[in-house]
Design a protein around this ligand. Sequence first.
Ligand SMILES: [Zn+2]
Length: 151
Amino acid sequence: MEKPIFVKRTPEKGLGIFAARDIRKDEVISQFTGPRVTIENLDEFPPEVVDHLFNVGTDEYLVAREPEVRTNHSCDPNAGIRGETLLVAMCDIPKDEEITFDYSMIMDDDWEMDCLCGSPLCRKRIGPYRNLPRELKERYRDYVPDWIRSR
Ligand SMILES: [Zn+2]
């Protein structure tokens, strides 16, 4: 199946993935794939390695492949994660729009990142799912992986 995404440079965030056609709410856009690794201390790895990690459990990661690894974070995302590794549209996404998810949707480790997403909803500092406000967890409810929902 042809993935409905393409990689393009963004003005401020390096590469990102974009909709190659109109995508409907709840459509599966793509799937994160890659070798699984267990890492207990992210601080031991340089940012260019950490940037490729996609959480599939506490301390459990995929070393994500192209092009999904290029998916940027947003505090006002148009996509989320279903099951464990499926990237799913949270709303209708028009062709050529950038596709983003909220990295906190998959994050259970003691990890934080400054955010410059520019959204009016920007939290400025993003961290693990368990620290999200309850109303945001409610909004993301159908778009977070099964393993993190109880956190
Ligand atoms: Zn933000």
